[in-house]
Structures are given as C-alpha cells and as structure tokens.
Write a protein that binds this ligand. Structure first.
Ligand code: ADP
Ligand code: MG
Length: 232
C-alpha cells in the first residue's frame, strides 16, 4: 500500500517538473517568435530571410513539443480498461487512511452500490481521487470527517462526491482553483486540480467544485458507466 503512494507522488513530481519547464519555456519562446517574425518580414537580404524562415519553423516545433508537455501525459484510449470504481476508491481510501488518522481525520465511504463499472486508466483515476482527498485532508487542520460518496447520477452516469468541512475556498479564488500553479498553500504546487480536471475530461467526465469559506468544500466527479457489464 505504501508503495503506490510513493509511486504516485513520484509520477506527480515528474509531471510537475515537465509542466514547470514547459511553463517557463513558453513565455520567452513567444517573444523569440515575435521578434524573429519582425526580422523576417523586414529583412531584405535573401540569405538572412532564408535563415529566419528556418528559425521560425524550428520555433514552431519547440512550441508544439512544449504544448504536448503541458497536457501532461494524456491517456491513451488503448490503455483504458473496465474497472470497478468502488474498488478503486477503496484502494485510495486505504492508501490515505494512515495519513488522515495522523491528522485526526476519518475518511467515511458511503456507497449506494457495491459495484459499478467504468472505462478508465486505473492509475490516472486513482491519481484524481488521491489529489482531491489529499486536498480535503489538508483543508481540515482541526480534524474531522471527509465523506466519499458514490451515487447513481442517472441511468448512464455515476457521481462521486468528496465532502470536507475544512477551510473552504474564498469566493474570489474559486475560479482560479485548477488553473496551473494556482495554490494558496505555502508549499503547494497548484497542479493537482489542473491535472485532475484534465484526467476527468479525458475520461468523458465532469468535475466540479463547490466551496464556502470556513464551511467546507464539495468536489463532484461524474463519470460515464460502462454498459453491458454486470452492475448491481
Ligand atoms: P495544491 O494542493 O498544491 O495547492 P491543488 O491544485 O490541489 O494544488 O489545489 C489548488 C488550491 O485550491 C489549493 O492551494 C487550495 O487553496 C484550494 N483547494 C483545493 N481543494 C481544497 C479543499 N478541499 N478545501 C480548501 N481549499 C482547497
Ligand atoms: Mg493539492
């Protein structure tokens, strides 16, 4: 159990590095491209113009690579598998349980069903739940309960709700949350929610956050149910 959390943290660290480097490269690259374009269009010398053309296409190439990095390991649909969402959640709760208990927090599962199949890249979905539940734990300095609920949203979709009673997010910060590098924590990275939003989006799902300052936060994730499988 210990192993996966370390591995997921390592994965996050690599992603953070990749996204961080990409982020740092993008701005100077934009100005390089701008000035190179100006030189290119104002250049009279044929040879110079040719070199500047090559420079522009090389800059475009770097830009393309940087954008790829910024998407952070988009999952390959070929790697998607049918999994029981409840097992995935149980796994994550087991992983984070010890960390929670040390902070006097209890993770409370409330499942409407025992089994519900979803099409997913298991490690990525796990990462989303780790990110969201960790945020909930970190928001409750005084301890308390974090609910992890699973409900049938409609015939085709399942809803996972993670509810804490922590610090909440100030109203004027709510739309900033999930933007890359936005953090209100001293040692936060501000990448967890961005990556989570991206992963859920890649799974054809919806993720939304409701929060009230000093009251708490509810994160809802809605995912398509995999049909033609035994659901109870
Ligand atoms: P990080 O956790 O590294 O700061 P995240 O992307 O996970 O980055 O979260 C961004 C910010 O959103 C956090 O710094 C915090 O201010 C806010 N936030 C996210 N989840 C919660 C929560 N459950 N309760 C209070 N604030 C939250
Ligand atoms: Mg976080």
């Amino acid at each position: 159990a210990e192993e996966l959390i370390r591995r997921s943290e390592k994965l996050t660290a690599v992603g953070e590095l990749a996204a961080g480097v990409a982020h740092e490269i993008r701005n100077p690259l934009t100005s390089l491209k701008g000035f190179t374009s100006i030189l290119h269009s104002s250049s009279e010398d044929k040879k110079n113009k040719e070199f500047l053309e090559i420079m522009l296409s090389e800059i475009d190439r770097i830009n393309f690579i940087v954008s790829e990095f910024m998407m952070l390991a988009k999952p390959d649909k070929k790697n998607f598998q049918t999994q029981n969402l409840i097992s995935i959640l149980q796994h994550v709760i087991a992983l984070l349980g010890t960390q929670a208990i040390m902070k006097n927090i209890r993770l409370i599962p409330e499942y409407e069903v025992n089994q519900i199949q979803v099409d997913c890249e298991e490690n990525q979905l796990k990462q989303v739940f780790v990110n969201v539940i960790k945020n909930a734990i970190e928001a409750m300095e005084g301890g308390g309960k974090v609910q992890v609920k699973v409900n049938l949203h409609d015939q085709n979709r399942v809803k996972i709700s993670i509810i804490d009673h922590g610090t909440g997010i100030p109203k004027d910060k709510l739309d900033k949350v999930g933007q890359p590098f936005f953090t209100l924590k001293e040692s936060g990275t501000g990448l967890g929610l961005m990556v989570s939003f991206k992963i859920i989006q890649n799974h054809n799902g919806i993720m939304q956050i409701e929060s009230k300052e000093n009251k708490g936060t509810k994160v809802e994730i809605i995912l398509p149910i995999k049909k033609n499988e035994q659901n109870t």
